[in-house]
Design a protein around this ligand. Structure first.
Ligand SMILES: [Zn+2]
Length: 213
């Protein structure tokens, strides 16, 4: 997980959310009224904000890893938050399914927008993530999402591939004699640690363990 910042609320949401909420509450079985937060302006801004990634497992959302708009506080726990910009983000189908309607005040999932120390609370051991010892919310997040369980084998295998790519590049960077190529490898490694890069929390940890960058 990476710390991210909220972008500006799309006009279509700020203009319409009060009416949308009223209409949704009056007719909850109506899919058109329920899913208006999937408007392309809203989803597009959320994808830009999250780097097209699931905020929980850091998979890139796409063909292999479908994802959708996620409610940080589930609508079943607080329906007034159903169209609130601060409550909307992006998660992959696998994380979304495991989180389901979980939300407990004070024991809620780590929040990439508001937990400034988030990146210190999640520890990376190869493709496996763990939580800082004694941090209840971090442990709940990792355990409910099953981020370190064989049930997430596809995720873990993709992370292993990323580790192999990163290690190859680190070895090339260390061994490179040509200063221009060395600089290019360094820039590539830096790009892999950016917030919008896939699994960059893990990659950042791996690169720092090697003592480079
Ligand atoms: Zn995910």
């Amino acid at each position: 997980m990476r710390h991210i910042s909220k972008l500006a609320e799309p006009n279509v949401l700020s203009t319409n959310k009060a009416n949308w909420l009223t209409e949704y509450k009056a007719d909850k079985t109506n899919g058109t009224k329920k899913y208006r937060y999937r408007h392309s302006d809203i989803k597009g801004q959320l994808k830009d904000e999250t780097g097209f990634k699931c905020i929980y497992c850091e998979s890139k959302i796409g063909h292999n890893t479908p994802g959708d708009v996620e409610h940080i506080i589930p609508s079943s726990k607080n329906e007034d938050m159903h169209f609130e910009w601060e409550n909307l983000t992006i998660a992959c189908t696998e994380c979304n399914r495991r989180k389901n309607a979980y939300y407990e005040q004070g024991e809620e999932f780590l929040n990439p927008y508001s937990d400034n120390d988030l990146e210190d609370l999640i520890e990376h051991f190869g493709p496996i993530v763990n939580w800082r010892n004694g941090h209840v919310r971090a442990e709940i997040t990792v355990k409910i999402l099953e981020l370190n369980k064989p049930t997430r084998v596809q995720l873990i295998l993709r992370k292993i591939e990323k580790i192999e790519d990163t290690n190859t590049l680190i070895e090339r960077f260390i061994a490179e004699q040509n200063p221009t190529l060395k600089q290019i490898h360094k820039l590539q490694l830096e790009q892999m640690t950016l917030v919008d890069a896939e699994f960059s929390g893990m990659v950042k940890s791996l690169i720092s363990q090697k003592g480079i960058l």
